[in-house]
Write a protein that binds this ligand. Structure first.
Ligand code: HEM
Length: 156
């Protein structure tokens, strides 16, 4: 294989991996927007009611089928891209990626907190108010805006 052919192969693979990355970013973030909403509606249902059981089931499915697998795939695709553009070999000019990673680690922590909150709800606990959950629902939106600016504009 010539060097040009190898270069082309890497470029094509890179774009497919980037497409996969963005597809699962959409699934993950869409799910992260929905989950606290579900919790708000859940907390408005009567404890022990059939409606509460339906919310527990919907929340579990959203977590287990959509957001947790999507988050894992975003990380796998994202780290592969980062490796290809030289994050692990110290390439210069990747300040935007370092800050992005910091934000994504925070977003993954938010994800973990939301998953554990859902497990508490399923046990019948309701430790946080609906208002606080609504406020927390802003976090993934703000983080997404900052991450997209970093990855598209690459300001540093
Ligand atoms: C989980 C850790 C993540 C890593 C390691 C990572 C890494 C990367 C890398 C290296 C690129 C390629 C940039 C380029 O080709 O110029 C990329 C593209 C992208 N990432 Fe991520 N990313 C992660 C998570 C996320 C998240 C959570 C979002 C959105 C909320 C996101 C949104 C995007 C977008 C929109 C692009 C495409 C930008 C473009 O080239 O047009 N990423 N990511």
């Amino acid at each position: 294989m010539t060097l040009t052919a190898l270069g082309n192969l890497l470029t094509v693979t890179y774009l497919w991996i980037k497409a996969g990355h963005v597809i699962f970013v959409i699934f993950w973030i869409a799910g992260l927007f929905m989950l606290p909403r579900f919790y708000v509606y859940h907390q408005e249902s009567a404890p022990g009611s059939a409606e509460e059981r339906r919310w527990i089931d919907r929340e579990r499915k959203l977590r287990n089928i959509i957001i947790t697998p999507a988050m894992i795939l975003v990380w796998i695709f994202g780290l592969t891209l980062a490796w290809q553009i030289g994050l692990f070999s110290g390439s210069p000019g990747l300040g935007w990626l370092h800050l992005k990673l910091l934000l994504v680690v925070g977003l993954s922590g938010y994800h973990g907190w939301m998953v554990s909150y859902g497990k508490k709800l399923a046990r019948g606990e309701r430790p946080t108010s609906g208002k606080a959950l609504r406020l927390m629902n802003e976090i993934p939106g703000i983080a997404t805006a900052a991450i997209v600016v970093l990855v598209i504009v690459k300001p540093f």
